[in-house]
Write a protein that binds this ligand. Structure first.
Ligand code: A3P
Ligand code: MG
Ligand code: MG
Length: 381
């Protein structure tokens, strides 16, 4: 009828096109800055070689300069590779539960739940990076599952069966290249601060054979605009010591050596992901190992995370973190308004899951189309 409220452009039907378009990334545009608060560490945890989560720092490693010219292919045959899987939120939820129990113990029963009520978003760092850098993403499509429970958005990545197979069946060349990144982590870390590892039967400085089951993770809280976020992610190592804060965290990265202006522009573009990934967890320092195509380490360069945006400003591969934060804020606000809307009751569709499913049990699919924008739909499963 004419009196019926207008269907919002952010339709909840699974046929919605792009209700959310990315902002232009040319910085002639004036954007309203959205502040991102300095992250505070809540707790850390480790995954053991058996992929068991434990609330210890057993997987913590200390930064050490890698040997000059290190061979990043070293140990490839012995790589214990964690199978590709859908990363659910379980680990992060267990960590949050622990934070809540601590709050209950120190500030009285119910303090934990009260704390959680104020949290707008719970997700992994990798997902937050994808959300924020979406306006600049030119290639990779990304799909998320979202639930909205007691005022909090829970966001995990959705990998289709096809995408999962694709990730598991990497071409040998890609697999080796992926290994270079992990091997760099081994060359750059030690079990003791300041002392290179000396392992029987291995070159000095080799930190141990790569087992990608093992990870050291940090959970932080921060704020984007007025939204409180809880973000968890892997931290590669610390410098000298770990005292519960993020200020000694170090991110390790590898990249092809830069030989010409084209390489440089490509590297500057890549710096957006390095920057955002590190910034979100409060990691102040990124050590980049430059390598040859064959995996020989040429040089390393240390970047202060907060200085990276200034480094790329006005360059061919330039980007502006403020575009990302402003977009991220807009995205989260819009997403929240969509998923918090009461289920449609006047639907004439028999399959409308919204009619039958408890609002807090609804699962939403969010699809990020490169260069276009974001689609949100309600899942019927
Ligand atoms: P590089 O980033 O140095 O290439 P992270 O840097 O996030 O700690 O990840 C460690 C390594 O995991 C990466 O090192 C890369 O080798 C591998 N890796 C991470 N994400 C990947 C992806 N999407 N596809 C393939 N390899 C990936
Ligand atoms: Mg890592
Ligand atoms: Mg790394």
């Amino acid at each position: 009828s004419d009196d019926a409220p207008e269907t919002p452009s952010t339709s909840t039907s699974s046929h919605s096109s792009h209700p959310l378009r990315y902002p232009p990334t040319n910085s002639a545009q004036v954007i309203k800055p959205v502040p991102f608060q300095q992250p505070t560490a809540l707790l850390t945890f480790s995954y053991t070689p058996q992929r068991v989560l434990e609330f210890t720092n057993s997987a913590l490693r200390y930064y050490i300069d890698p040997p000059p010219g290190a061979d990043l292919r070293y140990g490839y045959e012995r790589w214990i590779k964690r199978p590709e899987e859908r990363t659910r939120l379980d680990g992060l939820l267990r960590a949050i539960k622990r934070v809540m129990q601590k709050a209950d113990a120190s500030a009285g029963p119910g303090s934990g739940s009260k704390w959680l009520q104020d949290i707008a978003v719970v997700t992994w760092r990798g997902i937050m990076t994808k959300i924020l850098t979406a306006p600049y993403e030119e290639r990779d499509r990304c799909e998320l599952n979202v639930m909205y429970v007691n005022g909090t958005l829970y966001i995990e990545e959705h990998l289709s069966d096809a995408r999962l197979l694709e990730k598991e069946d990497l071409a040998p060349k890609q697999r080796v290249q992926s290994y270079y990144g992990y091997s760099f982590e081994s060359w750059c870390t030690s079990s003791r601060p300041g002392v290179p590892e000396r392992m029987e039967g291995h070159p000095v400085g080799w930190g141990g054979d790569v087992d990608t089951n093992v990870q050291w993770c940090s959970v932080i809280k921060t704020k984007l605009g007025d939204d409180r976020l809880i973000i968890g992610g892997e931290v590669d190592c610390v410098r000298e010591r770990f005292d519960g804060r993020t200020d000694t965290f170090v991110e390790l990265k590898t990249s092809m050596s830069i030989r010409n202006a084209g390489d440089e522009a490509r590297f500057e573009k890549k710096l957006l992901k390095f920057y955002m990934q590190s910034f979100l967890l409060g990691v102040p320092e990124i050590v980049v190992g430059f390598r040859t195509p064959a995996g020989r380490l040429t040089t390393t360069q240390t970047f202060k995370t907060v200085q990276i945006p200034r480094l790329v400003r006005g360059k061919p591969g330039a980007w502006d973190p403020q575009v990302c934060f402003s977009w991220g804020h807009h995205f989260l606000t819009t997403l929240k308004s969509i998923v918090s809307a009461p289920p449609q009751t006047s639907s004439n569709s028999e399959d409308d899951a919204g009619e039958r499913v408890e609002p807090s049990a609804r699962v939403w699919r969010v699809v990020f189309e490169p260069r276009e924008g974001v689609k949100v739909s309600l899942l019927d499963e």
